[in-house]
Design a binder for this molecule. Structure first.
Ligand SMILES: Cc1cc2nc3c(=O)[nH]c(=O)nc-3n(C[C@H](O)[C@H](O)[C@H](O)COP(=O)(O)O)c2cc1C
Length: 208
């Protein structure tokens, strides 16, 4: 069966925010937000830090589920603590998500490069996997952080001339971080929009 990740808005080479669910050898289920890069056809990549339950379970079980949702509660609970077991379906997917896909690990490698501000790049692994099944419950697009950053940067730009110096400096810092993330995970149009915002800041005499 051919897997069509484009049906949930995924484009080759782009990174999306998902919730990865796994199982350990005692059948205890675990959920954590994890970025997924669509590598084309039925392949995806993850970079997962050592020490997480997710990486441990993926290494021991060789499989995992990628949940597609826009539910802030699921992202928050699974970041801050352990999601209760009754949030999971029998097949390890999360109840109420818009879509999910099942993955089997093809390869695991030490991570060598990175563009985020994590101190020790060797403390992560890059996992390449094959998607074996896609289940769509409701039409959805997989979460991507770039557009929110564009909107946030525009909102700050629109207030730039009416705030105090300290706030301007804070906005500039926030713009730099937003620009870094958009350059990494954004579509061409998100990156272009950030370029336009940058030009406006330069016109105002700043070096974003
Ligand atoms: C939106 C979002 C994306 C994340 N992406 C990743 C990722 O790609 N790789 C990773 O190792 N951690 C990522 N994290 C951090 C993990 O979710 C976090 O460390 C989590 O507590 C790990 O839980 P676990 O020990 O249950 O696996 C992300 C967190 C958030 C909120």
């Amino acid at each position: 069966m051919e897997i069509e990740l484009s049906l949930i808005g995924m484009e080759k080479g782009r990174q999306y925010e998902t919730i990865v669910t796994t199982n350990n050898y005692e059948n205890i289920k675990n959920a954590a937000p994890i970025g997924v890069i669509y590598a084309g056809e039925d392949k995806i990549l993850n970079r997962i830090f050592k020490g997480s339950h997710t990486l441990e379970n993926i290494i021991s079980q060789g499989e995992f589920v990628v949940n597609i949702t826009h539910n802030p509660e699921l992202f928050t609970l699974s970041t801050i603590g352990n999601l209760p077991q009754d949030y999971f379906n029998e097949d390890n997917s999360l109840k109420g998500v818009e879509a999910y896909f099942k993955c089997e690990v093809i390869s695991l490698k030490e991570a060598v490069t990175q563009s985020d501000p994590i101190r020790n790049s060797s403390a992560a692994m890059v996992i390449k996997s094959k998607v074996t099944e896609l289940i769509i419950k409701k039409p959805t697009k997989t979460m991507n952080r770039a557009f929110s950053y564009v909107i946030e940067s525009l909102a700050n730009l629109s207030r730039f001339d009416i705030v105090e110096k300290d706030k301007k400096e804070e906005y500039l810092k926030r713009f730099k971080e937003a620009n870094r993330v958009v350059a990494k995970v954004g579509r061409r149009e998100d990156i272009k929009a950030m370029g336009e915002i940058k030009k406006e800041l330069i016109k105002k005499g700043y070096e974003p």
